[in-house]
Design a protein around this ligand. Structure first.
Ligand SMILES: [Zn+2]
Length: 198
């Protein structure tokens, strides 16, 4: 990292379930920083090496330029001396070194904004997001709408059979659900099918 400043940094975390508008909120904050003539850099993890995407695209199709990185440490190497704001999307796909990386950036005067899933498909905390919540100055928890009952939804219900913690893509694989409607693990595909048959 090209260290330029030593003061004035902090960490913001935007977390919540799938379809809750995390990336949209990250993009909104980055855009406002750009309007304020601040220099921004946005990073996202390469989770599918076939596609080194250079954009972050929200479900509502807002998009912003981003740099794909394979590890959290790589972010430190890429941050420029004159960068004011560092955005990180899909924070849950980074290793726990992201905690140290965010601390170091904030300690050296950067405003760091991390967006990520706070819970996995089993409803368990999705590290390193819980640790980032602990060290952040500012936390925003976004919620979606439960597709079953219409209440605010914090959980991401997996609706296809798989025991992998990470499934690429979101649409058709997950749906937002509230605590009452959420079933940890693979969803009630059988139940849905039974209802449709009845
Ligand atoms: Zn519900």
């Amino acid at each position: 990292m090209n260290i330029a400043r030593t003061q004035g940094g902090w960490i913001e975390v935007i977390c919540g379930g799938m379809f809750s508008g995390k990336s949209e909120e990250l993009i909104r904050r980055i855009r406002r920083a750009q309007i304020a003539k601040q220099r921004v850099q946005v990073f996202k993890p390469v989770i599918d090496t076939r596609y080194a995407e250079v954009e972050i695209v929200s479900h509502s199709n807002m998009r912003i330029e981003s740099e794909p990185v394979t590890t959290a440490i790589e972010i430190l190497d890429r941050v420029q001396a004159d960068t004011d704001v560092v955005g990180v999307d899909e924070g849950q796909f980074f290793d726990n070194k992201l905690i140290d990386v965010c601390n170091r950036l904030a300690n050296h005067g950067r405003r760091v904004i991390v967006a990520g899933l706070d819970l996995d498909y089993l409803g368990q905390p999705f590290e390193p997001i819980p640790q980032l919540l602990a060290i952040a100055e500012n936390i925003t928890k976004t919620s979606a709408i439960c597709v079953r009952c219409g209440h605010p939804a914090n959980f991401s219900q997996r609706i296809v059979e798989s025991a992998d913690r990470v499934l690429l893509g979101a649409l058709g694989l997950y749906e937002p659900r509230c605590r009452s409607c959420f079933i940890p693990g693979v969803a009630q595909i059988e139940e849905t099918t039974a209802v449709e048959k009845a």
